[in-house]
Design a protein around this ligand. Structure first.
Ligand code: ADP
Ligand code: MG
Length: 264
């Protein structure tokens, strides 16, 4: 914890609850969630469907308002969506009638940039994800993995300070997914952005994260936070990797627990 305190806090979530109105009823999607994320950290939100992962990401992005508690980024309460925090969605969100290049440049169109400046940024991001040769292709001419790369390039083009990724690799086959995970780690190491990555795949979380936030449903909450104290280029068959995975599995299976006890 000492190291953690010494670093700059990027995201500070304190006692956050989010309720949705369903007709006359209120539904608690998140209950008393507290979490701090330091600048440049890679955090995975892990948990079964319905445990509030997307809601938590939305609260950080400013799409969802706290019913109680607070969410701050860079020491300021989040007041609404901010273009500095880019979302990457599971379904890529590409515009089918635009070429790869014009999809990547989408977020730059409202900025005061000259054409060459914009082109330079687009080129740099296409290079970063290895798609320079496909700049004039349309999304339906690409594989799922390539579409996800376009989405990533588009997110990076606006030079966000945070990448908020909602199960971005969920629709990819196992091989492509493993390749995209490595790409993402490489890009993250190169650019040092804060990443919050949602997944319901334990191995994906253990492979990617500095810390895994284990969530549980009914109501959505944090059950434990597990530090993955391993360097990158992780080996999924390594004994330490498997130990961390099993520890997280155990956390999921625990019926009776005191939440604070399991902030490992
Ligand atoms: P996850 O991403 O972990 O699957 P969500 O954050 O999407 O979970 O949803 C958490 C809970 O809140 C779920 O029970 C879901 O049905 C509910 N929920 C999400 N969005 C809304 C909404 N707009 N209105 C009502 N209930 C919602
Ligand atoms: Mg979700």
């Amino acid at each position: 914890m000492g190291d953690h305190d010494a670093m700059t806090t990027k995201i500070d979530i304190q006692h956050l609850s989010v309720e949705y109105h369903r007709g006359p009823e209120r539904f608690t999607a998140l209950s008393d969630v507290s979490l701090t994320v330091r600048e440049g950290e890679f955090v995975c939100l892990l948990g079964p469907s319905g445990c509030g992962k997307t809601t938590l990401l939305g609260a950080i992005a400013g799409f969802e308002r706290p019913s109680s508690g607070s969410v701050s980024v860079d020491g300021r309460p989040v007041a609404g969506p901010d273009p500095r925090h880019t979302f990457v969605f599971q379904d890529y969100g590409l515009l089918p009638w635009r070429t790869v290049e014009r999809n990547v440049g989408l977020g730059l169109e409202n900025r005061k940039l000259t054409r060459p400046e914009r082109q330079l940024t687009v080129d740099r991001c296409l290079d970063l994800v290895g798609l320079a040769a496909f700049r004039n292709h349309y999304p339906d001419q690409l594989s799922g993995g390539m579409r996800q790369r376009v989405a990533l390039a588009r997110a990076l083009a606006v030079d966000p300070d945070m990448l908020l990724m909602d199960e971005p690799f969920g629709a990819l086959d196992v091989i492509t997914r493993a390749r995209m995970q490595d790409e993402l780690i490489r890009i993250w190491q190169a650019c040092g952005k804060t990443v919050i990555f949602v997944t319901h795949d334990i191995e994906e979380a253990v492979y990617l994260a500095d810390r895994v936030v284990v969530m549980a449903p009914d109501p959505g909450r944090i059950k434990a936070v597990k530090t993955v104290d391993m360097g990158r280029g992780r080996d999924r068959t390594d004994a330490r990797f498997l130990t961390v995975r099993d520890q997280i599995l155990e956390i999921f299976e625990m019926k009776n627990y005191t939440e604070v006890e399991f902030y490992l």
